[in-house]
Design a protein around this ligand. Structure first.
Ligand code: HEM
Length: 340
């Protein structure tokens, strides 16, 4: 009893502190964002920022519908190396080989679209909108679905407020970017190291609904896979023969193969049907079938495009939060390919 009496005030103190915290949380405005990121960060400083990005992306996609894929991929390759800090856009110098020039980035594209956006933004709101945010907004705009969720086709609201990094290293790109020959365990580890879950892995891989690949990225799957198998045994045999006919040589860097034949400019869930039929382009795509959770999601998204598109927005927001620089960290680059 004496012990109870002794403990009572402390318990009351704890309880009342908890109640105070809860009351303060209830009274606080709902902050729709994360660690310095918010939806509509440029509302006051550059109200037209998102509209300008949308306009330039729409014009580029109108001229060439295949532009959506590289825009989406750029944001991913940015976020996986040093976080979403625009480091993928920096040019190499005499003293430094930048991410851009790392092997996994040789087929990145659409840098000209990002530069065109930056030029427009700099003339409207000088030194205000970061290159990292331009990548995030452009990626969101690349995956629009007219008539879906919102009237402008956005699948999700993009958080902004990132600032640009000053470092870009080709070596780091080679270390941190997933490889098309990665198996499921490696992929899970790579995503986990960025704070991303198995679900994020399964959902974000659905970006391979868009775009193309080049023969070197699948060459090993088609010929001399291992000592025991000429072809990757996880790849459908008839599909492998078709791909082999298209890719005559492993050094062929000009032939482009649609990730999803016939639908590589439409952002939808057909990727998952291909994966389920063991016709995913990469070993890393097929790897999704090697884990109970990711396999379950492949089948779920295959039968419900709605749930894929909904989850894709959530996972893109998660990816856009990876190791961001906010507040007074980093800088707002004047030119995306050059540190200030
Ligand atoms: C899960 C691990 C991933 C691996 C191993 C991987 C690997 C690759 C490879 C090898 C290519 C083709 C490169 C070429 O031959 O030109 C590619 C293309 C592409 N990737 Fe991924 N990727 C992964 C995840 C992602 C994610 C998370 C996204 C975006 C959210 C993404 C978006 C794309 C797009 C859109 C393309 C087509 C690009 C184009 O047509 O220009 N990928 N990926």
């Amino acid at each position: 009893m004496a012990e109870c009496v002794h403990l009572l005030p402390r318990r009351w103190f704890l309880l009342s502190s908890l109640l105070l915290v809860a009351a303060a949380a209830a009274a606080a405005p709902v902050v729709h964002g994360y660690g310095g990121l918010t939806v509509g960060f440029y509302e006051k400083s550059c109200p037209e920022a998102e509209a300008i990005v949308r306009k330039v992306v729409a014009a580029a996609v109108h001229d060439d519908p295949t532009t959506t894929a590289p825009l989406l991929r750029l944001h991913f390759h940015d976020c996986f190396v040093r976080g979403c800090d625009g480091s993928v856009l920096i040019n190499s110098t005499k003293k430094n080989t930048a991410e851009k020039d790392a092997k996994p980035n040789h087929t990145l594209d659409a840098f000209d679209v990002i530069d065109a956006i930056k030029e427009k933004l700099e003339s409207k709101c000088p030194r205000t909108v970061s290159c990292a945010d331009i990548l995030a907004i452009a990626a969101r705009d690349a995956a629009v679905r007219q008539g879906q969720w919102s009237k402008d086709g956005n699948l999700y609201e993009v958080e902004t407020g990132r600032r640009d990094g000053r470092v870009s290293s080709a070596k780091e790109a080679v270390t941190y970017l997933p490889d098309s020959f990665d198996g499921i365990r490696r992929l899970i580890t790579r995503f986990a190291s960025k704070g991303l879950s198995l679900k994020d892995l399964a959902v974000l891989s659905g970006a391979h609904a868009l775009g193309n690949t080049h023969c070197p990225s699948i060459a090993k799957r088609l010929r001399n896979f291992t000592r025991h198998h000429n072809t990757d045994p996880t790849l459908d045999a008839a599909y492998a023969s078709k791909l082999r006919r298209e890719c005559r040589s492993e050094r062929d860097n000009t032939t482009q193969l649609e990730m999803v034949p016939g639908s590589s400019t439409t952002f939808d869930a057909t990727y998952y049907s291909l994966v389920a039929q063991r016709k995913g382009m990469f070993h890393s795509d097929e790897a999704l079938l090697r884990n109970d959770l990711t396999r379950g999601l492949v089948y779920q998204y295959m039968s419900s495009q709605h749930s894929f598109l909904r989850d894709f927005g959530v996972s893109m927001v998660n990816m856009g939060r990876v190791a961001v620089l906010t507040g007074t960290h980093g800088e707002i680059r004047r030119t995306c390919s050059l540190v200030n």
